[in-house]
Design a protein around this ligand. Structure first.
Ligand code: BES
Ligand code: MN
Ligand code: ZN
Length: 498
């Protein structure tokens, strides 16, 4: 995609389509105002006749308007003007792009960047635009037979600016948004691939491919023999029932000199049957998405590498397949984790924490500044927060707050859940140092408490993305979240934000 900015009057601009917006109460956005004037009141007349909707995200494409050079004008509803903020901007620009993505448009001028948005600078409006382009154009067709038609004719996106002074920041926003879109698309591809293709070995090869031809990035993959030597028996107890060998993927990006690294740990269960504690049949296919944490940290790494951020970032992906078999772990089995602590596996379906705990212990060797794990960890988190916000847990409330804040500006929403000691008591075991489940109540939190037992002394946070990593039903597919949140967090640290 080509990106640029322009200060030309929208109606004078020779592009295939303009995107303009109208607010509730017959108020025209700046782009719509220009189109209306140049066409002697066409927009206002269409509003009067009820042919244009100002409802947020409703879009009508008009053709051949007199006085307007562009042959198409996509008029998108912006809702109430007082309520128009970053979130509404993202909804509107996504809806407009979706409305024209199937057409023959090659070039588009987005005039919504002329609107004043209270809680977002021009940099962010540009970034949201580029990210929306990537998400609207995303298709997953690799598993369909036959030749797939081109997804869209869109080649060029221009942003309308009031004056040249904001151009550099807008271009930076476009570059960042494009890179976030790239990382999200990789995350979605890895998530959408079926478990017979996307095995632990496949994830490892994908991580190695990213490091090829990149001097700043190095990928290492540990096999089961090496993990056994390190004492990762908790992780290995999950892969024990599968014919696919488990792996530990370690990616190291060095763009920050001597700084302490941020470590991202992603749950990579390529398929979660539940093991001997077998899951019920309905929708079990969706457990191919149980590696979306892994996919999102690999995708975030891809974004960071593309932007050459001046930080040190390590990604650790424990990846296994959770299967029932004669060699599988049984309920009641006791395993020793790399930390030395013993775990009674009361439920083999609570496997994510069993692989994460060893990966978190492994992260200590990097003397990290911050460790964040990302996991489709609990159905309970979906009950608590639904599909809109990711769960954030940390013993460090400041770290949790900065993660939630990063999600807020990135449009990738999260919410903190508590980790009080009282919840951790539910993990008590009669036979080992701890059990791997704490019962039904507060399930997202007791899972967080389990992980906290392995992160003593680390500046650590846990993201439960069980509700946000993918959509079910007709729109079934990976979302690419929380790549925007994680990237925003890293951009803020690296001083790359304007
Ligand atoms: N991968 C699942 C969590 C999950 C379930 C995510 C459904 C999204 C949708 C995880 O491994 C799991 O099975 N968790 C159990 C934990 C329980 C046994 C304590 C759960 O949430 O039911
Ligand atoms: Mn499970
Ligand atoms: Zn799982």
């Amino acid at each position: 995609m080509q990106y640029s900015t322009t200060t030309a009057k929208p109606s004078n601009r020779h592009v295939d389509c303009l995107i303009v917006g109208i607010y509730a109460g017959d108020t025209l956005g700046n782009g719509a105002g220009d189109v209306d004037q140049s066409s002697r009141g066409k927009i206002k007349r269409l509003i009067k006749s009820g042919d244009l909707s100002s409802k947020l995200g409703h879009c009508t494409v008009l053709n051949d308007i007199d006085g307007v050079r562009a042959p198409r004008v996509a008029v998108v509803g912006l809702g109430k003007q007082q309520a128009f903020s970053a979130k509404q901007f993202q909804t509107a620009v996504t809806a407009a792009l979706r409305a024209i993505s199937g057409s023959k448009c090659k070039s588009v001028l987005n005039c919504l960047t002329l609107e004043p948005v209270e809680n977002a600078s021009g940099y962010y409006l540009a970034r949201y635009t580029a990210q929306a382009v990537a998400s609207v154009l995303y298709r997953f067709t690799q598993m369909k037979s036959g030749k797939q038609p081109a997804t869209s004719s869109l080649r060029r996106i221009e942003l309308s600016l009031a004056n040249r002074s904001g151009a550099a920041k807008a271009m930076l926003g476009l570059e960042h948004g494009d890179a976030i879109g790239f990382g999200m698309s990789l995350t979605r591809d890895l998530g959408n691939l079926p478990a017979n293709i996307c095995t632990p070995g496949y994830l490892a090869r994908s991580a190695q491919k990213l490091a090829r031809d990149n001097k700043l990035l190095h990928t290492r993959v540990l096999g089961e023999t090496e993990m056994k030597r390190l004492g990762m028996h908790s992780l290995l107890s999950v892969s024990a029932g599968s014919n696919e060998p488990g792996k530990l993927i370690v990616m190291q990006y060095k763009g920050g000199g001597k700084q302490k690294p941020v470590v991202l740990v992603g749950k990579g269960v390529t398929f979660d049957t539940g093991g001997i504690s077998l899951k019920p049949g309905p929708a079990m296919d969706e457990m191919k998405f149980d590696m979306c944490g892994a996919a999102s940290v690999i995708g975030t790494m891809a974004t960071v590498v593309r932007l050459k951020l001046r930080i040190n970032l390590n990604v650790i992906v424990p990846t296994v397949e959770n299967m029932p078999s004669g060699t599988a772990t049984r309920p009641g089995d006791i395993v020793q984790s790399m930390s030395g602590q013993t775990i009674e596996v009361l439920n083999t379906d609570a496997e994510g924490r069993l692989i994460l705990c060893d990966a978190l212990t492994y992260s200590r060797r990097f003397k990290p500044d911050t460790v964040i794990d990302v996991a489709t960890l609990t159905g309970a988190c979906v009950v608590a927060l639904g599909h809109h916000r990711t769960g954030v847990m940390s013993k460090n409330n400041q770290l949790a707050a900065s993660i939630v804040a990063a999600g807020e500006v990135a449009g990738d929403y999260a919410w903190q859940l508590p980790l009080d000691d009282e919840y951790a008591e539910l993990l008590q075991s009669n036979f080992a140092d701890m059990a791997n489940i704490g019962g039904r109540d507060g399930g997202a939190i007791t899972a967080g408490c389990f992980l906290a037992k392995f992160t003593d002394g680390l500046n650590w946070a846990h993201l439960d993305i069980a509700g946000t990593a993918w959509a079910s039903g007709k729109q079934k597919g990976a979302s690419g979240r929380p790549v925007p949140l994680l990237t925003e967090f890293l951009l803020a640290r690296s001083g790359a934000l304007p």
